[in-house]
Design a protein around this ligand. Sequence first.
Ligand code: NCD
Ligand code: ZN
Length: 344
Amino acid sequence: MANMKTLKLTQPDDWHLHLRDGAALAAVAPATEAVFARALVMPNLKPPIRNVEQAMAYRERILEVAPKLDARMTLYLMDATTPEDVIEAANHPKMIAAKLYPAGATTNSDSGVTDIEAMDPVFAAMAEHGLPLCVHGEVTHQDVDVFDREARFLNEVLNPIVARHNGLKVVLEHITTTEGVQFVQSHETNVGGTITPQHMLLNRNALFQGGLRPHHYCLPVLKRERHRAAIVDAVCGGDHRFFLGTDSAPHAKGAKESDCGCAGVYSAPNAIAFYAEVFEAAGKLENLEAFASLNGARFYGLEPNEGTITLEQVETAVAAELPFGDTVIVPFRAGGTVAWRVAN
Ligand code: NCD
Ligand code: ZN
């Protein structure tokens, strides 16, 4: 191990994370707490987190099982959300965004927004009071091809919102396309984008590699190789508008390996190692720290973390399955290996 390559980073944050609740929360939150200082916790519980009181009660449940994780919370936007709801959130230091799920776009989005234009008063209040809008950027019409839903959303929905609301900060979550990259890059300020490990490592062939692969199914769905390559170019190239958001989204093994399997990839236990693989393959390891630890904090108006972590380039086994309440979960790259690990 004398010549083992190591990389010291400011402690990273995960700006897009699903922690669920109850036994599932207890099973997954420690993996994030072990590496990340802060996490932006998504509100798509059943029922969703629709006000500050519910978010703070959820935050307490997170702290019970992951006391070192500084969970930052999001409000779930619904048709019924009012400007007062978002102003209350904007005034709470642990509430740092509201999440827009177009109704029906993804897991637990049934209560999402059905008429996005009708939300203009809410978006106006967010712009005025400085609460960023995190967006699941896909149209939901069944007549739009599933691979085109992100690009269509940007043209038809998100660009108009940004144009109508000067000063609104927007995060395009889990970017999967060249159009998503270009959308972020076409805005000098106020627009950022999160990127998952799977959308940097895999293209849509991975959904069908040797058979149907449910553990590679997430939303937005994996895209063509040219999209993956464009994401890697922009992100590893050091564009400060992109930052780490794993979208780690745990589902029980049986719910994934099913006749109608759930969308979501569980990457939290090895997430930082997967990103390190991507940056190293691009020859841009020196840009990992800004992506993982600096760009997101800057976007949200927060200081970088004070601690550090050290990555070691050691081939490390990925568990085939992990405990998940009274069932199990299959993590990203289950049973394989990853080229990096976090030093103890
Ligand atoms: C997420 C989940 O399971 O909560 N699933 C996913 O495929 N990404 C929801 C989401 O972020 O779309
Ligand atoms: Zn998500």
